[in-house]
Ligand binder design. Sequence first.
Ligand code: UD1
Ligand code: MG
Length: 467
Amino acid sequence: MSLAPQPLAPHPLAIVILAAGQGSRMNSDLPKVLHPLAGVPLIAHVLRMAQGLEPARLVVVTGHGAEAVERAVAEHAPEAVFAHQAEQKGTAHAVAQARNALAGFEGDLLVLYGDTPFVRAETVQAMQAARADHALVVLGFQAADPGRYGRLVTDGEGLERIVEFKDASPEERAITLCNSGVLCGGAGQIMGLIDAVGNANAAGEYYLTDTVALARAKGLSAGVVRCDEGETLGINTRAELALAEAGFQARARVEALESGVTLTAPETVFMALDTMIGRDAVIGPNVVFGPGVTVETGAEIRAFCHLEGCHVSRGAVVGPFARLRPGAELAEDVRVGNFVEIKNAVLDEGAKVNHLSYIGDASVGEGANIGAGTVTCNYDGVMKHHTTIGARAFIGSDTMLVAPVRVGAEAMTGSGSVITEDVPEGALALGRAAQVVKPELARRLMARLKAVKASKTGKGGRDQGEG
Ligand code: UD1
Ligand code: MG
């Protein structure tokens, strides 16, 4: 056993995420925190970071669009509980709504905003560490343009108070150290301070920021932890959302390149929050990753592919111009070529679907070859049905596989077949009309048609042959 001193465990943590605001400047029917950023709702970014801190409780305060917001939160963080703020009376009032959800909790409370997606876990950990010196810790940043942010007024002992822009004097407005809104302190203490917050200010709101001056008046200390301005970027408008997207993508591309992924044209590749790409994978130009994609080491995604909810194994090659939809599972050395769509289908090792095909709700065995233009007819208008294709089966071009249906291992289907019955292992199935050949009939038919045309128009009759 080591005798080295163990680092002090931080206090147990509860996190409250404020997400009740309307976000009226988005000019949208969709609640602000549900607008997508990197393929997932804004609030999913905050939830993911919060989950990384392993909080004892995770509370989301909802108001505008509560039902939709709660559904999205439950999808990304099923452990989250909700507090409702019917009327938005300010950030302190919003935190107060979490009182019941925090009942009996003893430890630190961290307040985050649902519309501020880039705060890093390391930054919060620095705030938790600063709690050793201060009752309240606020996350601040030096603003290039302090605009309408709350200003942090400091003194010899740390943070004296926070003044909102609307209430600030010209001297206070000249301060460039601004409030990010992220705040940490003892849960019981913050709740007690909130009780004393009034709304006699320019906005007529209950400001969470007032807890700082109230703490100081009680002889408690407050401090500031600083972070980069980019980390506290809050989304209020579509322009800010677009800026945040660009910032996310720029960082994601750099991270991918640094981790050993080849991006031929990095500026044209778009990733989601959870995109995982292995070392020595090669990603061509104009590739879009939706949520839930894993690409293993050494796989290649060629130009103009769209992937979401799928897994691409080592040595597989996808595209150009392929679409992998949720549930597409490609084993090692699989080939998926141009104009192919794969959905909810497992392709075993070395299977090939190289051209113009739809493979949905299917299992494709090892080394099977799917000819051009093959379609799994998986939907009867009401239900989806499964197609099973055995190992090393050979599906002829333009085969319609009418599910539910099974093609056995090493079986073949003839080109143009409509397969409605199971095909046993090793069998050849032909599901098409037999070919009929009529000697010379094509020439005679053509001549007749041309003669008919000539008799109607009076033109071109002479060199058209007999009719
Ligand atoms: C707040 C801070 C300000 C800081 C800025 C950083 C206060 C009083 N001010 O100002 O010092 O510089 O954030 O972006 O805290 N919300 C609710 N319910 C409410 C009010 C707000 O849930 O009743 C949520 C909003 O949805 C949003 C967050 O709290 O996610 C911040 O509210 P917002 O109105 O944007 O505060 P700011 O005026 O930007
Ligand atoms: Mg704001």
